[in-house]
Write a protein that binds this ligand. Structure first.
Ligand SMILES: NC(=O)c1ccc[n+]([C@@H]2O[C@H](COP(=O)([O-])OP(=O)(O)OC[C@H]3O[C@@H](n4cnc5c(N)ncnc54)[C@H](OP(=O)(O)O)[C@@H]3O)[C@@H](O)[C@H]2O)c1
Length: 287
């Protein structure tokens, strides 16, 4: 039995489908109780990473755990709770979803918090695998496209950084392999897309696919923070997103964020999906 924590996220929801297709027994934890629906065949369990008792109940009878938590200020404590409870249960393997560049000393909040979580897991008694995805390609259709203004412009504080953005379905596929096939214990996988993309490249791809001129405008951090605060995600999330893109700018055209790994190919036997493929799929979906 595999317990999926974070099963309603972009990675977790696809992972559940992958695990069911592999014939695995799946239990999924959500804070939403009955309202957090999962596909047929999944055993839903109400719980919260902040609530140790609910984690113990959810892990009872599970021999493997997938652990993903949303981007929240207390992400370290929430992950630590799950790792501690798993150590006291009969969990044989914990697969954690982290972020590319995770490092307890990192300047970017997300990378620093994930780095601390990864270190805590590494120091635990558990067998573990860590998957470290780069920025999600899905952010382009979900966030960038809706933000294009009437003049065909969108605004990001990314400078000319290149980022090997990854399709979340490929991250899920890698996690499914790590959870169900032998030999992935103590492995830490960087999971990237097939190519490094600057936001100018993203604009060029969008222009090509949409048949109109789309332009990327590089904006400063203060303007970005104001826009993010306007979305209502709060100070912490706005600050963490701004400093993530600061980190990408430091990485620049050739730094860590543009590295292309062969993880998807190697573990799943097929190439990582590209932005072009994702955009064409979205275009094909009737609205
Ligand atoms: N966005 C990116 O480009 C990107 C790139 C690389 C890595 N990441 C990392 O990927 C992770 C997921 O990000 P996302 O934006 O995809 O997340 P998301 O869609 O907001 O999903 C978050 C998931 O975490 C679960 N969760 C949050 N707090 C919880 C709690 N207290 N107890 C139990 N479950 C909890 C939610 O479960 P319920 O709502 O069902 O309770 C949900 O399934 C984050 O760690 C982020 O740093 C993101």
């Amino acid at each position: 039995m595999i317990l999926v924590i974070g099963g309603r996220s972009k990675i977790g929801s696809v992972l559940i489908d992958d695990l069911l297709a592999r014939g695995e027994q799946v239990r999924a934890l959500t804070r939403l109780g009955e309202a957090g629906r999962f596909p047929d065949g999944v055993e839903p369990v109400a719980g919260d990473l902040a609530d140790i008792c609910s984690l113990a109940a959810a892990m009872s009878g599970a021999d493997k755990v997938f652990l993903l938590c949303g981007p929240v200020e207390n992400e370290y404590e929430l992950n630590r709770n799950a790792i501690d409870v798993a150590q006291g249960a009969d969990v044989r393997l914990l697969v954690r979803s982290s972020i590319l560049g995770a490092d307890p000393e990192a300047q970017a909040t997300f990378a620093r918090d994930h780095g601390a979580c990864d270190e805590y897991l590494r120091d635990s008694e558990l067998d573990f695998t860590i998957v470290r995805p780069n920025l999600f390609l899905q952010n382009v259709p979900e966030t960038t496209i809706p933000a294009i203004d009437t003049d065909g412009r969108f605004y990001v504080n990314a400078g000319d950084a290149r980022i090997s953005m990854v399709d979340t379905r490929d991250v899920a596929a890698v996690a499914a392999v790590a959870l169900t096939e032998p030999g992935h214990e103590s492995q830490e996988y960087e999971v990237t897309g097939p190519e490094p993309l600057s936001y100018a490249d993203v604009a060029a791809e969008l222009s090509e696919v949409q048949g109109r001129t789309i332009t990327y405008v590089d904006v400063d951090d203060d303007a970005t923070r104001k826009v993010l605060l306007g979305y209502g995600g709060g100070e912490w999330l706005a600050g963490a997103l701004v400093d993530l893109y600061q980190d990408y700018r430091r990485s620049g055209r050739d730094g860590y964020a543009c590295e292309v790994s062969d993880t998807v190919d190697r573990l799943t036997g097929r190439p990582a999906r590209s932005l072009r493929a994702l955009l064409l799929e979205q275009l094909a979906v009737p609205s």
